[in-house]
Design a protein around this ligand. Sequence first.
Ligand code: MN
Length: 206
Amino acid sequence: MSQHYPFEAEPLPYAYDALEPHLDARTLTFHHDKHLQTYVDNLNKALEPFPAFHGKCLRELLRSENDLPETARTAVHNNAGGVYNHHLYFRTMGGRSGDRPTGALAAAIDRDFGSFDRFQQKIKEAALTQFGSGWAWLVSDGEKRLRILKTPNQDTPLTLDLHPLTLVDVWEHAYYLQYQNKRADYLDHWLNVVDWKAVEALYDAI
Ligand code: MN
């Protein structure tokens, strides 16, 4: 997350077919190599005329959008959000079916949602009820309390002083090739490939 202009798409931390049968290689290849790459290219294009912002990381760009020149603000909001969201999405997948959170994160999930099953139901519900394109998130506040929320388009919760832990992409491009309009099926399969070790590392670092 510490890279700055010119941004590059982070390589997937696993093979394109590593998440099959839950997410097939075709879906993941288009999603990573085409959709993410487009956000990266458009972000670089938007920042190119403004060297004063070339040292800022994604988090800094997104948290201080109002400092950006007005002509670049919308493009940076949408594309820095797109890059940040996709990097976290790809980075927190790669787990194996049946994996569960452990340690402090597991205890916090039980405390804040009742149980791991209840957490899964709640994030699925948030993702299903995000009208149109967007994301459903598991986030922590500075006191390590967990929340689920959803954002439209490429918005992030970074401006709310929340720490994103993982998220699921509900833009149709994330699932349409494999699941067509069946967003609920895609969400069940996403829950099978969350890399809980990666999510725990983010939680432990807060
Ligand atoms: Mn996407």
